[in-house]
Design a protein around this ligand. Structure first.
Ligand code: PMP
Length: 436
């Protein structure tokens, strides 16, 4: 019996060590980390340069409370992070994970509205489906009923608009028109809620676990920005999964030339070497809040030097090895290979994503895009088959309000073309066994 518990009883082997894109259990069995954990381990496992930087920091100090000391690691990481953001987003607030980054974004937005004499604004519109974290504030924005519903009475359920699940649409619109149609849902919701009550809109620029790498048509992003500006509401990008290079740009927002007002980062930011996240905001927003008496928010471990040293070394590695570009290049190769699977397996209904945030979805019929029967448990069956064969992939049974089985294929950004072949060989073997 283990004293430890997580979501469910799911005995997995003990992890022994990691090396690059591989993980080894204590029996010596090797696994390809085909999902980078939960889209975290962007630079691979046991990177010697990152470990050396962390050890050097450990020899000096592992913790200094932020109200007692500044540290070079946190100052340097803030400067480096700001330099990677769109112009004007240069105030950085460190946290220990994605949910904390989202919580911080909401609380900053709210305090900013108060400084602007707009205390009536408190609603944060989000999308359905979506995932923004498991703390109560972030969960209130999360469009995934099974996780959120039990807590309804304990938090304010926030308004949500449909995410652009265009692959399910059967209309005659062009991509462009469809993007605008979905973006206009935001305007309709703001009007329905009363514009004076709406504080912000939050979205994952490319969907993550909730949708399986859902990308909106290009026209969506710019129109969303325009609508936010028109109503004076803040645009928050939750780039916890998409940020730090995963989609082939440092921020996914760069694909569309969008500057959000606040960005949440985590996961690939310290790439699994330390619990670290960041909320990055427009400087005038932060200055207004600080001038009005300070930001009423903070976590004990915020900006701890060990996590920041890890984050800095990860950024060095991302730059040194050209990993953002590699995510774009290997993403193209892997996506083409995944699309190729559709010829062989009629139950693969859709392949989507950007860079190395890629997914495929299983359906019972490609024309109607009807999902597979729930009882088939396709999402967990394929994951288990692949796991036994030594390939780790990530799945969920959820999509645009309907149940559906999708699988995220998101290897570390260091993946090579030969390793893409290795992933595809194992995935094909797993799909053959699944189809049997
Ligand atoms: N936002 C997004 C888009 C995420 O994918 C996640 C984690 N899956 C979170 C927030 C929450 O991050 P964490 O689990 O580190 O709190």
């Amino acid at each position: 019996m283990s004293n430890l518990f997580y979501q469910s009883r799911q005995p997995r082997p003990f992890l022994d060590r990691g090396e690059g894109i591989y993980l080894f259990d204590q029996s010596g069995k090797r696994y390809i980390d085909g999902s980078s954990g939960a889209m975290v381990s962007n630079i691979g496992h046991s990177n010697p340069r990152v470990l050396a930087a962390m050890k050097a920091q450990m020899d000096r100090a592992t913790f200094g409370y932020r109200l007692h000391f500044r540290t070079e690691a946190s100052e340097d990481l803030a400067a480096r992070t700001a330099a990677l953001m769109p112009a004007g987003l240069d105030r950085v607030f460190f946290v220990s994970g994605g949910s904390e980054a989202v919580e911080s974004a909401i609380k900053l937005a709210r305090q900013y509205a108060i400084t602007q004499g707009e205390a009536s604004r408190w609603k944060v519109i989000s999308r359905f489906p979506s995932y923004h974290g498991c703390t109560l504030g972030a969960l209130a924005l999360t469009g995934y009923d099974p996780l959120a519903r039990p807590f309804d009475p304990m938090m304010r359920d926030m308004p949500k608009i449909a995410a652009p699940t265009c692959y399910l649409d059967r209309d005659n619109l062009t991509d462009d028109e469809r993007g605008l149609k979905y973006a206009e849902l935001l305007r309709a919701e703001i009007e329905a809620q009363g514009p004076e009550t709406v504080l912000a809109f939050i979205m994952e620029p490319v969907g993550g676990a909730s949708t399986g790498a859902l990308v909106a048509p290009d026209s969506y992003y710019g129109r969303i920005r325009e609508i936010c500006d028109e109503y004076g509401i803040l645009l928050i990008h939750d780039e916890v999964m998409t940020g730090a290079g995963r989609t082939g740009k440092f921020l996914a927002a760069e694909h569309w030339g969008i500057a959000p007002d606040i960005v949440a980062l985590s996961k690939g930011f310290a790439a699994g070497y330390a619990p670290l996240g960041a909320m990055v905001a427009r400087h005038d927003i932060v200055d207004a809040v600080l001038d009005a008496g300070g930001f009423l928010h903070g976590f004990t471990y915020a900006g701890n030097p060990l996590a920041c040293a890890a984050g800095l070394a990860v950024l060095d590695e991302v730059e040194r090895a050209g990993l953002v570009a590699n995510a774009g290049a290997m993403g193209e190769v892997l996506k083409a290979r995944l699309i190729g699977l559709m010829e062989r397996y009629p139950f693969i209904g859709d392949v989507r994503g950007k860079g190395l945030l890629l997914a495929f979805e299983m359906v019972s019929d490609r024309d109607s895009m009807e999902p597979l029967p729930k009882g088939l448990n396709a999402h967990s069956r394929l994951v288990d088959i692949a796991y036994d064969m030594g390939l780790i992939i990530y799945s969920r049974r959820t999509r645009g309000g309907i149940e559906g089985d999708h699988f995220l294929i998101c290897p570390p950004l260091i993946v090579t073309e030969a390793q893409v072949d290795e992933i595809m060989d194992l995935l094909t073997a797993a799909l053959d066994a699944f189809a049997d």
